[in-house]
Design a protein around this ligand. Structure first.
Ligand code: 8BR
Ligand code: ZN
Ligand code: ZN
Length: 364
C-alpha cells in the first residue's frame, strides 16, 4: 500500500514505519515523519493523510477512492510554502482529529462514516491557501482577500471557498441530500477555526454544559443534535493543539509559528504599521506562550466536561508545557528555528475566479 515509502531511502524506511505506527495516538510525532522524508513536508503530509484516512480509518473501500485521493492531493498542493500554515499543519490537524475521536470512542462510533470523512477532510483543508499573514494584517493593508470578503474573516472565508471548490468532485459522488449536508458541515467546521470565535465557542459550550447539569443530566456528545457543535469544538481544539502535544513536537511547531509572526512583524515595520504580532528582536517567548496557553486552556477544560469526551491527556500535556515555560528551562532546550530566507508572498491566486481589483495587492 505504502507507495510513498519507495521514495524514502531504505535506511529511513524503518524510522518511517515506526513513526507512522503511532498515527492513532494523541502524542503522534509528525516531525519524525518529516525527518524520514528529509524535510519534504508535502511527502510527509501525504504519508500522514494516507495512514489516517486510507489505512487507520479504512476509507479506501469507498467507491469514490480514486476521486478521494485526487481531492486530497489537490488540497495538499493548494497550501502555500509558508513557515507554519503549510500543508503539514493541515495534515497535523487531520491526525489530531483522528486521535481525538479515538479518545472519544462512543462519539466516534455514533458518527456516520460520511460525517467522519468530511470532518477529516475539513481538517486537512482548513487553512488552504494561507498566505502566512493574519486577518488583521490583511484588513489593515487592504489585501485583495480583505477586499473580496469585506474585512470579515477573509482567511477563513477564503479557506472555505477554496476547499469546497476542490471538494466538488468528491461531494458529487454522494446522493444529493448528503451533498448539501456535507457541504454545510464542511463550511461550518472551517468557519469554526476562526480564532475570533474562540471565546464565544467556550461561552456557548459552558452554557450548554450548565443547562444540562441543572436538568440533572450531562451534555452528551453522542446526542445527534450535539454532533456538529462537538465537531466544531474538536476542530478548533485540534487547530490550536500544539501546546497540548509532547514538548519536542510542540517546540518545533512553535518555532515555525513564531517565524511566521516575525516575518509579518517585519512587513508591518516596513509599512510603518503598528506591530500586531511579536517582533523577532523583541519576543519574550516564555511570556507569549504562557499567555497563549492560558487563553486556550478553558476550551480543553470545557470540552473535557462533555459526556463521552476525554480531554485528560491533552490537558495533562498542556499543563506540562505551561510548567516547562514556568520553570524557565526551555531556553536550553530551544529548537533552532530555520533561518529566514524570503518573506511570505502577499499575493493570492489560488481561487479559480479572481476578483478584478487592479494589480496592487496591498495599498501603499
Ligand atoms: P490557525 O492555525 O487556523 O491560523 O489558528 C490558530 C492560531 O493560533 C494561529 O494562527 C496562531 O496565531 C495561534 N497559535 C498557535 Br496554533 N500556536 C501558537 C503558539 N504556540 N503560540 C502563539 N500562537 C499560536
Ligand atoms: Zn486558520
Ligand atoms: Zn490552522
Amino acid at each position: 500500500e505504502r507507495q510513498l515509502a519507495s521514495s524514502v531511502p531504505k535506511e529511513r524506511r524503518k524510522t518511517l514505519e515506526a513513526a507512522l505506527s503511532e498515527v492513532n495516538a494523541w502524542g503522534f510525532d509528525v516531525w519524525s515523519v518529516v525527518d524520514a522524508f528529509q524535510g519534504d513536508t508535502l511527502l510527509a503530509s501525504r504519508a500522514i493523510v494516507d495512514a489516517v484516512v486510507f489505512e487507520a480509518r479504512g476509507f479506501r473501500a469507498a467507491s469514490a477512492s480514486p476521486i478521494l485521493r485526487q481531492v486530497v492531493s489537490k488540497m495538499l498542493a493548494s497550501y502555500q510554502d509558508v513557515p507554519y500554515h503549510n500543508c503539514l499543519h493541515g495534515a497535523d490537524v487531520l491526525q489530531a482529529m483522528h486521535a481525538l475521536l479515538n479518545l472519544a470512542p462512543t462519539f466516534d462510533d455514533a458518527l456516520d462514516d460520511d460525517v467522519v470523512l468530511v470532518t477529516l477532510l475539513a481538517c486537512l483543508s482548513h487553512d488552504v491557501g494561507h498566505p502566512g499573514l493574519t486577518n488583521n494584517f490583511l484588513v489593515e493593508t487592504g489585501h485583495e482577500l480583505a477586499i473580496r470578503y469585506n474585512d470579515a474573516s477573509p482567511l477563513e472565508n477564503m479557506h472555505a471557498a477554496v476547499a469546497l471548490n476542490l471538494a466538488k468532485p468528491y461531494l458529487r459522488t454522494r446522493p444529493s441530500t448528503d451533498q448539501k449536508q456535507n457541504r454545510a458541515l464542511w463550511i461550518g467546521l472551517l468557519l469554526a477555526t476562526d480564532m475570533k470565535e474562540h471565546s464565544q465557542q467556550i461561552f456557548e459550550l459552558e452554557r450548554a454544559l450548565s443547562k444540562a447539569k441543572e436538568r440533572g443530566t450531562s451534555y452528551e456528545a453522542c446526542t445527534p443534535e450535539h454532533h456538529v457543535p462537538c465537531l466544531k469544538i474538536f476542530i478548533h481544539a485540534c487547530d490550536i493543539s500544539n501546546p497540548a502535544k509532547p514538548w519536542p513536537v510542540y517546540r518545533r511547531w512553535t518555532a515555525l509559528v513564531m517565524e511566521e509572526f516575525w516575518r509579518q512583524a517585519e512587513l508591518e515595520r516596513e509599512r510603518g504599521l503598528p506591530l500586531t504580532v511579536p517582533a523577532r528582536d523583541a519576543t519574550d517567548l516564555a511570556q507569549f506562550q504562557k499567555g497563549f496557553i492560558a487563553f486556550i486552556r478553558p476550551l480543553f477544560a470545557a470540552a473535557d466536561r462533555i459526556g463521552g469526551v476525554d480531554m485528560s491527556l491533552p490537558l495533562e500535556r498542556l499543563d506540562d508545557t505551561a510548567r516547562r515555560w514556568q520553570s524557565g528551562s526551555p531556553r536550553a532546550e530551544a529548537y533552532d528555528p530555520p533561518v529566514a530566507t524570503e518573506p511570505p508572498p502577499v499575493s493570492f491566486q489560488t481561487l479559480t475566479e479572481p476578483v478584478a481589483l487592479g494589480d496592487d495587492d496591498v495599498r501603499e
